[in-house]
Design a protein around this ligand. Structure first.
Ligand SMILES: Cc1cc2nc3c(=O)[nH]c(=O)nc-3n(C[C@H](O)[C@H](O)[C@H](O)COP(=O)(O)O)c2cc1C
Length: 403
């Protein structure tokens, strides 16, 4: 885009892992945006477990199997994908990099996968649809105002979004102390430290002021940008957010949306069963919002097996939370997930290097998955099951009894 302060990571400085991109993102962003992107609720217990619980499993390795090529092709949300990995909805991506959601969606397409566009996206759902070639998926915060929600669903359908993900774990916002301490409020709280921090990130500020993508674009008046838009979008979100959401509201959304519908943010097998039996959802995303909502709940990968055992034969069970390596994806598939999403990892890529960074994060995870399957002697993601896992030393198979 003309006038943007462009920079690209030189090839030799390109990170080679998700953690490498995390460090690059941290350097690229002012502290308050970093707190928004990387932070989680209360004491970060669940966020830590999300990544840590993957380490409680070890992979089985079979040798001399002759499988030099492996199959990653998968199907999620009614769409054939090149791998069992897609991009979770993340709000306000324009804060991490001005190119925001369209860049993420295009990078997903290039990797043969899809983005779930957040309700709180920095670009409108129409802007993202017209900047991409494929149909993506839409995430809905189930606001209490039904005409407003109906309008969002119509816009999503008319713009070609093919699947709906209703997020149910945000009746109120989680307690993200890092954001409050760093001044990540609307309007931002300016302290001497945050002013100094801003001075250390002139490139980020230049691009922010130039493109002014700092609001949730789907609910601001058309054409409004900058601080006024941010204030309007936060007020709208506060007004519409429904704390007393009930199963009947989800049933209403099921009626409104004719395509596949997924409920995102379940950890309990009883809730999963209810979503399938009573609402008829097509799938469930086992998720704790990346540990950003209720702290001290189960890690997603720990909650997964019981849910897969209960409803996996009747709906698609997907997972997000803590996926940082290709082997994490493989472990989740072994434990019953049809596919997984990443949240923070691709926004690290976006913050570090725009669309190229997101492409690179996806390429890294794909290469890790492929390499691991060859080394395991497993020809295809379709063949992964519990038999490919062993508990790590000192870790009992804590999930079998819960099924
Ligand atoms: C910066 C950020 C913004 C997010 N915004 C949304 C959102 O708008 N809607 C939503 O359903 N989930 C949102 N999430 C949660 C993600 O969809 C996903 O559940 C979580 O990031 C997965 O964990 P991971 O970051 O460890 O991969 C957000 C997460 C992050 C990190």
């Amino acid at each position: 885009m003309a006038g943007s302060f462009q920079y690209r990571l030189r090839a030799e400085r390109r990170p080679i892992s998700v953690e490498g991109y995390r460090q690059a993102a941290r350097r690229a962003l002012p502290g308050m945006v970093w707190a928004y992107l990387d932070g989680s609720a209360d004491d970060n217990v669940t966020a830590g477990d999300n990544t840590g619980s993957f380490q409680r499993w070890r992979l089985r390795q079979r040798v001399l199997t002759g499988h030099a090529r492996v199959q990653l092709a998968s199907r999620m949300a009614g769409t054939g994908l090149a791998m069992p990995l897609a991009l979770a909805p993340t709000g306000l991506t324009g804060l991490s990099h001005w190119s925001g959601d369209p860049a993420c969606a295009r990078a997903a397409e290039a990797a043969g996968t899809r983005l779930v566009l957040s309700t709180a996206s920095s670009y409108t759902l129409e802007e993202v649809a017209s900047a991409t070639e494929q149909n993506h998926w839409f995430q809905l915060y189930p606001f209490g105002d039904k005409p407003f929600v109906g309008g969002l669903l119509r816009r999503a359908r008319d713009s070609g979004y093919t699947a709906l993900f209703v997020t149910v774990d945000v009746p109120v916002r989680g307690n993200r102390e890092g954001e409050r301490i760093s001044g990540m409020t609307v309007p931002p709280t300016l302290t001497p430290a945050s002013v100094l921090d801003a001075a250390l990130h002139p490139r980020w500020w230049w691009n922010l002021l130039r493109h002014r993508r700092l609001a949730a674009a789907n609910y601001v008046s058309s054409g409004l940008r900058g601080a006024a838009a941010a204030v309007q979008s936060v007020r709208a979100q506060e007004r519409f957010m429904q704390a007393d959401l009930h199963w009947d509201d989800l049933a209403w959304m099921r009626e409104q949306w004719k395509g596949p519908i997924y409920v995102k943010g379940l950890l309990d097998p009883d809730d999963a069963e209810r979503a399938v039996d009573r609402i008829g959802v097509d799938g469930i995303v086992v998720s704790n919002h990346g540990g950003r909502q209720l702290d001290n709940v189960q890690a997603s990968v720990d909650a997964l097996p019981a849910i897969a055992a209960r409803v996996g034969d009747r709906c698609e069970v997907l997972l997000d939370g803590g996926v940082r390596r290709g082997t994490d994806v493989i472990k989740a598939l072994c434990l019953g997930a049809r596919g997984v999403f990443i949240g923070r990892p691709y926004v690290y890529g976006l913050a570090a290097d725009g669309e190229a960074g997101v492409r690179d994060v996806l390429a890294i995870l794909r290469a890790e998955m492929e390499r691991a399957l060859v080394l395991m002697g497993c020809p295809s993601v379709a063949e992964l099951d519990r038999g490919w896992l062993l508990p790590a030393p000192g870790c009992a198979d804590h999930t079998r009894s819960e099924a």
